[in-house]
Design a protein around this ligand. Structure first.
Ligand code: HEC
Length: 122
């Protein structure tokens, strides 16, 4: 296993060297990879959704259920909600009817994360 991984490493180093622009044109620096920022953003987004999922499990499941469909205490089926992120942030922040307000127990960022996560429920 370890040898396989090492072999892969040397192969990729060899591949890099043959395609290395510095070897053929020493004056030209490689362009920054345009995909890199997107990749980083993608990771951030995944982290935010994971955080939102954890908050949802802790704060929302009791009424909305793990899939958002439970409807305990008169809760809405979140998979049928037409509210976008802003609308959800507003309701989670301020509360509505029997839905409690979370502005004192969650930060704005946490509310955005949990609202974004709730949009992924199907
Ligand atoms: C104590 C039960 C309870 C908890 C806990 C709760 N909700 Fe609710 N939620 C409700 C009720 C009840 C409604 C319906 C309010 C109304 O329409 O009067 C609702 C409505 C909503 C709506 C609006 C849906 C729509 O389209 O009208 C969203 C979004 C929502 N909840 C998200 C959340 C999130 C996210 C959490 C966790 C941070 C959460 N809720 C925690 C009871 C709860």
């Amino acid at each position: 296993m370890r040898q396989l991984a090492l072999g892969g490493f040397f192969l990729s180093v060899a591949a890099c060297q043959s395609a290395d622009p510095i070897q053929s044109a020493p004056a030209a620096l490689p362009e920054p990879d345009p995909a890199a920022p997107a990749a980083i953003l993608g990771t951030l987004e995944t982290d935010a959704l994971a955080a939102g999922q954890a908050i949802f499990a802790e704060r929302c499941v009791v009424c909305h259920g793990p899939d958002g469909k439970l409807g305990n205490n008169g809760a809405r089926d979140l998979t049928k909600s037409n509210l976008n992120t802003n609308g959800r942030v507003y309701i989670v922040t301020k509360g509505m009817g029997k839905m409690p307000a979370f502005k004192d127990s969650l930060t704005e960022e946490e509310i955005e994360q949990v609202a974004a996560y709730s949009l992924t429920l199907r």
